[in-house]
Design a protein around this ligand. Sequence first.
Ligand code: SDX
Length: 427
Amino acid sequence: MSDKAILEYGGERFEFPVIKGTEDELAIDIKTLRASTGMVTIDPGYKNTGSCESAITFLNGEQGILRYRGYSIEDLAEKADFLEVAYLLIFGELPNKEQLEKFHSDIKEESQVDEEMKKILDAFPKSAHPMGVLSSMTSALVAFNPSCVDVASESAMYNSIVRILAKFPVLVAWTLRKKKGLPLDYGDDALGYVENVHKMMFKRPNKEYTKDQIAINALDKLLILHADHEQNCSTSTVRIVGSSHAGLFASLSAGISALWGPLHGGANQAVLEMLEAIEADGGDTKKYMAKAKDKDDPFRLMGFGHRVYKNFDPRAKIIKKSADEVLGNLGIEDPILDIAKGLEKEALEDKYFVDRKLYPNVDFYSGIIYRALGIPTEMFTVMFALGRLPGWIAQWREMRLRKEPIGRPRQVYIGEKHREFVPLEKR
Ligand code: SDX
């Protein structure tokens, strides 16, 4: 196959290099397009546009493959823990025992959050959506960690990375506890990373915290499954904000806002609300299937469809299996799970969904587990952000280490041609 692509236009012939990735993906390198042809490309939603070359995550949407740094998501979900996966995504290799211990102890050193941050949290009404609170608090962290902004050296980058990996779970827990009217405190440095998250979220002020290993294992697996997903909407946001050298925390705050949307990470909350509406409607899944197929109805079957996966989202398969296990181990009978399974079966047999290759995605079953763990629906997307944190960090670090240029797409102007100014009295 040629390593060049030819564009013929206006009687001229232009050649562009074709690059091949390690999984044989091909891309036309159009870095010189505008200089040589005077033209740009247009691609709403970037469905056909690669923004970067990346060595972090590989997806094959047709075959339903997901790998972090070459390791399959199935292996990592089964055999690794979340902190190991975070290290792998960020630094490119699975850590050995010493590396993992040092990484964790460096993180624990930074797990305090300035008391003044509580005043910012206090200013939010209890009704505030946790994603808005988390995005604001993450951005506010910059004020208390000014050394984390201009991170040109790798050691400065490492310092800002361990700081945010330490403080973000505290902000997640504080966001939940604020909503529940619980005191804001810290976990316990003697615990594992995810165990500490669970304790910070669920510790009651007047009761001994009892370790719930089933819940901790389920949470650890869910966080791994959400950890990265190449150039999705929120990751692309983190990369483009980071490309202006705005700093890691500000880039993450922007990524949290992008993830909030119901077409993206906000879908896990929307799925549960949809399933609860179906339950309240007497389990009438057919009505919601009809709404999802009705072009005049803005309703979509939340948790279904994906920009890349035109086959099963491998994460959805793992989460569906885990939902059965977790609910079984916790002795919970949740009719919502049965409704979800019924809806999935109907959609997978329905021509509209089959023709459009719409399968359950990562968000379809995750909320059922979060709910079983006692996490409020409005916090589901916050849990997605906690899982995606190492992926966002890894992608931001890769972009900075590769010294990528500031992101600045072009456009095709379709507005007014030049016109003379008309003074107010003459309009
Ligand atoms: C995530 O990108 C990532 O990697 C994201 C993510 C990650 O880990 O970062 O995987 C996480 O965001 C998962 C997706 C969560 N969102 C949802 O579950 C919301 C419901 N799904 C959709 O809105 C939609 O499927 C998207 C947004 C996920 C993908 O949209 P696309 O790729 O832009 O596809 P499209 O909107 O052009 O849809 C193609 C067709 C359309 O019908 P036609 O115009 O061809 O007749 O499929 C239809 C759409 O109307 N369609 C749906 C549908 N999803 C697509 N119809 C009903 N219900 C749906 N859910």
